[in-house]
Design a protein around this ligand. Structure first.
Ligand SMILES: [Zn+2]
Length: 416
């Protein structure tokens, strides 16, 4: 089963110095920065998923980057030339879910896939925002049925144009539905059109048992050679079941995003998660800045505790001070910016178990304790990349792949 990592221009600066927090003066953003796969000797995913919406409207790409992407093509732009990493494109249908119809035409989307040189292209779709297995075609809201029909019509046009232009990418149709039966109906129609690789859309909000019910039903209608892709679904515990129902690939950003969006499950290991340790930058923490402006916190005192926390964590990692000594300045600093309950116990656990010391990934080996500090994009993104690495290992463990070398794609263009 292949894991595609969705691009949202998450890069890190290899020149960033974690002790001084300085960068190389000659560093050029993007050109010198690294994507996730470039931080590892072996890439922690099989492919990159690029959404048209991220490039066109997401605000992630500057105009200059967009031009460079079109000029260079996807492989050169992401530094994939010497890797086996595959590339897949979709429209990013959740970004226009509130609109009446998809904002992109079939030819626009095929142009996008052709020009960038993608390996796989997903047809234009429209997400149904609702799930109710009790409703059939007659009783489901008209809008749900309409979105399913739009998606099927566009898939037909997509395949026709793909054939006419002799596009080189592999075309995927999208199945949208609101119940196991309606998803199966979509899959049947797509197979009739000629698709043998089908993306299951709109499943992000579904519960695991609902996803499984849909896949089980779809499996009864699935031709033996039809493969499925799950859009935006990460349920590592279920991958064996997914594989049984014909799922050949999926994509997900959650391992990355949990690193800095979750309240406490920020750092993944094979068997559990740990909380990252917050050492916010005084200048970048809104709650702290408000208190400083209101005169409730002394700015130089905040700065002093910020620096003392960083110093204490480095001394702790070097084995020079105890957990309690490291926690002292951290908790004192925390009381300045956070009025909620103290994180002392979860921090103590993170420090006592020091999971970064036993992690095999290139990031933990390179930056040590900094990977677990919740502070600025350079650390937070690297922790996200570490999570992606661990997720990929978990995935193969669940699938029962014994020989890791078999499943990790060697990325010779990675480390500089
Ligand atoms: Zn790691």
């Amino acid at each position: 089963m292949k894991f595609f990592f969705p691009d949202s221009q998450d890069q890190v600066d290899p020149s960033f110095n974690f002790e001084t927090e300085d960068r190389s003066e000659s560093r050029l953003r993007h050109r010198d920065d690294h994507y996730a796969h470039q931080e590892f000797v072996s890439a922690p995913f099989d492919g990159i998923l690029l959404s048209m919406a991220v490039i066109e409207t997401g605000g992630r790409y500057t105009l200059a980057q967009k031009h460079r992407l079109y000029r260079m093509g996807i492989r050169r732009f992401f530094g994939l030339e010497d890797t086996k990493i595959e590339t897949m494109g979709d429209c990013g249908a959740f970004s226009y879910v509130r609109e009446d119809t998809p904002p992109y035409s079939v030819s626009q989307v095929i142009n996008f896939y052709d020009e960038l040189g993608l390996d796989y292209g997903i047809s234009v779709d429209h997400v149904i925002l609702g799930f109710d297995p009790r409703l059939d075609e007659a009783s489901a809201p008209k809008d749900w049925k309409r979105r399913q029909e739009i998606t099927l019509e566009l898939a037909g046009e997509f395949l026709e144009e793909h054939r006419k232009r002799r596009s080189r990418f592999t075309a995927l149709g999208v199945a949208q539905g609101w119940s196991p039966a309606s998803y199966a109906y979509s899959v049947e129609q797509l197979q009739k059109l000629g698709f043998s690789y089908i993306a299951m859309g709109g499943m992000v909000p579904l519960k695991t048992h609902e996803i499984l019910a849909c896949l089980e039903r779809v499996n009864q209608s699935r031709n033996p050679d039809t493969r499925l892709h799950l859009l935006g679904v990460t349920r590592c515990e279920q991958v064996r079941e997914f594989a049984r129902f014909g799922v050949a690939s999926f994509d997900s950003t959650s391992p990355l995003r949990q690193a800095f969006k979750d309240l406490k499950d920020n750092y993944w290991t094979l068997d559990r998660t740990y909380s990252a340790i917050r050492v916010p930058q005084v200048q970048a923490n809104p709650s702290l800045l408000r208190k400083i402006v209101a005169g409730r916190v002394n700015q130089s005192e905040a700065r002093r505790l910020e620096q003392a926390s960083l110093k204490a964590l480095q001394l702790f990692d070097a084995g020079n001070i105890s957990v309690d000594d490291a926690l002292g300045p951290l908790l004192e600093y925390e009381s300045l910016y956070d009025d909620g309950p103290s994180r002392s116990e979860i921090y103590r656990e993170t420090l006592l178990e020091a999971p970064w010391r036993s992690c095999d990934c290139d990031i933990c080996k390179r930056i040590g304790i900094h990977v677990i500090l919740f502070r600025g994009a350079e650390r937070n993104r690297r922790r996200g990349f570490h999570n992606v690495f661990v997720f990929y290992q978990r995935l193969h463990r669940e699938l029962g792949v014994e020989d890791k070398a078999e499943c990790l794609v060697l990325n010779s263009g990675g480390l500089k």
